[in-house]
Design a protein around this ligand. Structure first.
Ligand SMILES: O=C(O)CCC(=O)C(=O)O
Length: 497
């Protein structure tokens, strides 16, 4: 490779944009041992520079298919990369009889990659095969050549292929087209719905609180939001909630979802007056690591939101490229009704178990972009593979004339009463805005949670830690003291096992 001038600056910029890693390619023509050794050493040198920025380098040295002695050159090449690996990695990096590295099952790499660490840092080597289709996923159709991504559930890696979002920005002021697209796809992707500066302002307010709560790496710029990995935590763990309460109560955050641009958009979509639910979710997703994963699983919102038909607006608080864990929706999945769920770590401690209809779509978000989707549209988050906390909020909207489930009138679970939420606000603007509205309030259909809880108890009794998130939710949120007590005992048993 030719020297890359200004690489450190470029890498720092890549980190700030949430880039996950890099790929470098060198081509070998002849079986020259000294030349090949130099090429591989150069790749590992540059990879070290890349890894020092926290990015994952992909090293790709390959023999040209036009080489006059292709197999000779490959034989020399195959012995090279292991020379640079840690002793521990060498031990766990088995080779097949053909000399090709085999995937290391314990690694974080997708299954078709072999991983090796050098000086304790991960380097990933592409093995050069297409991933096998995981039939058990039964998911949406794959589209080779499109954006690829991975999701990690436990130790499994499942490869998905994503289409890009259909962009509806140019139809922002045309309620008829927005309605037609929602009816067709179940979602709308809108660029620049809100001013970038307004979102970045809310982001800075929340990051300040996150830093005070110990969530951020002390020596990094606030705006990048680099996580303190030792503080990684998730909703509803007590150590998450103690910091989160301050974030969720932030007055600028509350106002942004009920601002005139947002409400006017939903008025246009509905063709009548829209109602913003008082309850909404603010999410802080710490980076995925070997010991931590809080990637939102595949789900539909209807079971959690209830009432009539509602629509979510998901908005990252800052730029959110796919690598930071942006949202993906299964376009067209909204016509299939409510799909069966199992206990999981997804929204409300549930994940969908049925094959997913539709086509997965996703994209990179910039501050101010919004994704709107119906309450039966299947969706999930991508894993956060950056070093920063992914901050976002998702709020719900419906026609004022439709019924709303009672739970949407409450503050977020664990955040106290509305008076407590508003206690530190500097103005009353936006407080109790729903009080005088003619809302038909109905009870939330709890049957989905009841099924989840029965399943979680059964799993926890059998020592299955997959029930832990659901058990935590019962402890924090269930109104029945005897149920909470049973969950507490089971959690203690799970954590001791
Ligand atoms: O942000 C996430 O991780 C999940 C968001 C989500 O599930 C929703 O908006 O309904």
């Amino acid at each position: 490779m030719r020297p890359i001038h200004g690489l450190d600056m470029l890498l720092a910029r890549a980190v700030s944009l949430g880039i996950f890693g890099t790929k470098m390619r060198s081509v070998i023509n002849l079986p020259s041992p000294s030349g090949i050794t130099a090429i591989v050493a150069q790749q590992f040198d540059v990879a070290g520079q890349i890894a020092r920025h926290g990015l994952v380098p992909i090293i790709e040295t390959e023999v040209s298919i036009k080489s006059p002695d292709k197999s000779g050159a490959e034989a020399v090449l195959l012995s090279e990369p292991t020379k640079h690996a840690d002793a521990s990695a060498k031990k766990t990096w088995p080779h097949a009889s053909d000399g090709l590295p085999r995937p290391v099952p314990e690694s974080r790499a997708p299954t078709n990659w072999a991983a090796v660490t050098v000086s304790g840092r991960p380097f990933w080597l592409v093995r050069g095969q297409e991933p096998a289709h995981d039939a058990s996923e039964g998911g949406p159709r794959r589209n080779p050549g499109r954006i690829s991504g991975e999701t990690r559930r436990g130790r499994e890696e499942i490869m998905f292929q994503y289409e890009p979002f259909r962009d509806s920005t140019e139809h922002l002021n045309d309620g008829g087209t927005l309605r037609a697209r929602l009816a067709e796809d179940g979602y709308l992707f809108l660029r620049g719905l809100l001013p970038r500066e307004a979102i970045l302002d809310v982001r800075a307010r929340l990051l300040n609180k996150a830093r005070d709560g110990g969530w951020l790496a002390p020596d990094s710029p606030l705006a990048v939001g680099v996580a303190n990995s030792a503080a990684a935590c998730k909703d509803p763990e007590p150590r998450y909630m103690s910091v989160f309460r301050g974030l969720w109560s932030d007055e600028a955050l509350h106002r942004i979802r009920i601002g005139p641009r947002v409400l006017a958009l939903f008025d246009r979509i509905f063709g009548e007056r829209a109602l913003a639910h008082p309850m909404f979710v603010q999410r802080n997703i710490f980076p995925q690591s070997d010991g931590f994963d809080f990637t939102t699983g595949i789900h539909q919102d209807r079971v959690h939101i209830g009432g009539g038909t509602s629509y979510a607006m998901w908005m990252p608080l800052g730029d959110c490229p796919r690598q930071m864990g942006s949202l993906a929706v299964a376009a067209g999945s909204h016509t299939t009704g409510i799909l069966p769920t199992k206990v999981g770590s997804g929204a409300g401690g549930m994940d969908i178990v049925a094959p997913i209809p539709g086509t997965w779509v996703t994209g990179d978000f910039e501050a101010g972009d919004a994704l709107i989707f119906q309450d039966v549209t299947v969706h999930k988050a991508l894993p956060n593979r950056t070093r920063s906390i992914r901050m976002s909020f998702d709020a719900r909207y419906q026609k004022l004339t439709e019924p709303m489930a009672d739970t949407n009138l409450l503050p977020y679970a664990g955040c106290g009463s509305w008076d407590e939420v508003y206690a530190d606000w500097s103005s009353r603007d936006g407080q109790y805005y729903w009080k005088d509205l003619p809302i038909a309030i109905v009870p939330l259909d709890q049957s989905h949670y009841e099924r989840r809880d029965a399943m979680a108890f059964e799993m926890a009794e059998a020592g299955d830690r997959g029930a832990r998130d659901a058990i935590l939710r019962i402890i924090q949120r269930d109104p029945l003291p005897e149920k909470r007590e049973r969950a507490e005992k089971l959690l203690a048993r799970l954590d001791a096992s």
